[in-house]
Design a protein around this ligand. Structure first.
Ligand SMILES: CC(C)(COP(=O)(O)OP(=O)(O)OC[C@H]1O[C@@H](n2cnc3c(N)ncnc32)[C@H](O)[C@@H]1OP(=O)(O)O)[C@@H](O)C(=O)NCCC(=O)NCCS
Length: 193
């Protein structure tokens, strides 16, 4: 008899993620170390994102039916807040916005519950999410790291070939510095471990 897998990687439709939204937001706040009130604030935004063209979501479901990781994104397009913020940053840095912003998938959220981190779940989400985007590049933003200590997110992005698009970028309304990272699609095959 084969043992049941500890968890399964699944693709979510908008209805399925809506049904699990409280749990998904809980994964998000616990992974990011945000206060629980952030989950309530983000709820409407996540629902709004589900209606955008190219929206896709994947998650890890544990053997007990619990959600252990969540990732989603959608097709970037002019008029979206994030598109315009990155465009402003690229223009300010003397970059060519058209080079990156014409046909990208925005990787909006990627989170693994703290007790499930460090086992390759994040990379599994990233690969599954990006495998079906029909876009030529992927872009994401992530907080800059301090004291020369890139965390798990940075390690994952570098390992999977993301390079710098913008560094120390300030999004409107957020005083923290962010990096915008990107790479062409499709992703390279996984490196054997
Ligand atoms: C960033 C995040 C999603 C990464 O997920 P994760 O599952 O912890 O990380 P990974 O998929 O990279 O895990 C890989 C680690 O698992 C280990 N691992 C064990 N078995 C593995 C396998 N079969 N395949 C891949 N990695 C494996 C590796 O040692 C690797 O460690 P390394 O990064 O030192 O090389 C997660 O840490 C997280 O949610 N962090 C907080 C929220 C956050 O920062 N989100 C991103 C915001 S932009």
């Amino acid at each position: 008899m084969t043992a049941a897998p500890a968890r399964q990687l699944v693709q979510f439709g908008a209805g399925e993620l809506t049904d699990r939204l409280s749990e998904a937001l809980q994964v998000y706040v616990s992974a990011m170390g945000y206060p629980p009130s952030t989950a309530r604030q983000r709820r409407a935004l996540w629902l709004d994102h589900m209606r955008r063209p190219g929206w896709r979501a994947v998650g890890w479901i544990g053997a007990g039916g619990d959600l252990q990781g969540i990732a989603y994104g959608y097709a970037g397009a002019p008029g979206q807040w994030w598109f315009e913020e990155v465009r402003r940053g690229l223009l300010g840095a003397g970059g060519d916005p058209d080079g990156w912003l014409t046909d990208y998938f925005e990787l909006t959220e990627l989170h693994v519950r703290p007790d499930a981190q460090g086992r390759g779940l994040g990379e599994g989400l990233l690969r599954a999410l990006l495998a079906g985007t029909n876009r030529s590049t992927v872009l994401l933003s992530t907080p800059e790291y301090r004291d020369n200590q890139p965390g798990k997110a940075w390690q994952l992005y570098r390992r999977t070939g993301f390079r710098d698009v913008l560094r120390d970028h300030r999004f409107t309304g957020d005083s923290r510095p962010f990096a915008v990272l990107g790479r062409p699609l499709p992703l390279d095959p996984p490196v054997a471990r």
